[in-house]
Design a protein around this ligand. Structure first.
Ligand code: C5P
Length: 219
């Protein structure tokens, strides 16, 4: 019953992917976690030894064959190799904001994201979906949560992903990424003027899903 595409933006560990995947499963829509695409560029650049300040970094990123497979979850392939399982590694996490600030990297990713969104009913999660990638999306959600709540969630997720991380360390990481993502010149993290902002600090995932469904008129 819900119109598409649906744009979900917000800072690190605000619950975008959890909500996006839950809605995608419920409605049989495609889900694209665009953060994984920027993580894939970062992984490939680190492996190739191309730092973000290298003048050729944008060209290198554009030359990559990055394919995102949107389904109920997102899988990412670089040159045909499935790298999804490596994209949460600390090395990638620490450098992703520097690579994603490069306009040439963003231009390549945004074009690929729009092409996926045009395939059919879809939900995209990221930082600039409502403002840049899909400014005409009929539904735009912007999730927020306190740094404490986000760090606690990320620390729990990290354990599930087999990468133990204490909440204090998770908080330092996500605050640093939020600072870089919000202050960059190209497509900074911010809610679109017509986005509905949801503070999920005191909400369970179930409550966020219910809130979103009510908002969409589909409860
Ligand atoms: O969503 P996730 O935390 O996995 O995103 C990783 C990083 O990718 C973000 O910190 C941000 O630098 C970048 N990103 C972006 N634009 C998006 C999605 C993610 O710049 N649409």
């Amino acid at each position: 019953c819900i119109p598409w595409p649906i744009a979900i933006d917000g800072p690190a560990a605000s619950g975008k992917s959890s909500l996006g995947m839950a809605l995608a499963r419920r409605f049989g829509y495609l889900f694209l976690d665009t953060g994984l695409m920027y993580r894939a560029v970062t992984l490939a650049a680190l492996e190739a030894g191309v730092p973000p300040e290298d003048a050729a970094a944008g060209e290198f990123a554009r030359s990559l064959d990055i394919r995102a497979e949107a389904g109920a979850e997102t899988r990412i392939f670089v040159g045909g190799r499935d790298v999804t399982g490596r994209l949460r590694e600390p090395e990638v996490e620490h450098h992703v904001s520097a690579y994603s600030a490069l306009p040439s990297v963003r231009a390549a990713m945004v074009a690929a994201q729009r092409a996926i969104a045009a395939q059919g009913p879809s939900i995209l999660a990221g930082r600039d979906i409502g403002t840049v990638v899909l400014p005409d999306a009929p539904v735009k959600l912007f999730l927020e949560a306190s740094p404490e709540a986000r760090a606690a969630r990320r620390s729990r997720q990290a354990h599930e992903w087999g990468m133990a991380q204490e909440a204090a360390e998770a908080r330092r990481d996500i605050e640093q990424r939020d600072r870089l993502d919000s202050s960059r010149a190209a497509s900074p993290l911010r809610p679109a003027a017509d986005a509905v902002v949801i503070d999920t600090t005191d909400l369970t995932l179930e409550e966020v899903i219910r809130f979103a469904l009510e908002l969409l008129g589909c409860d």
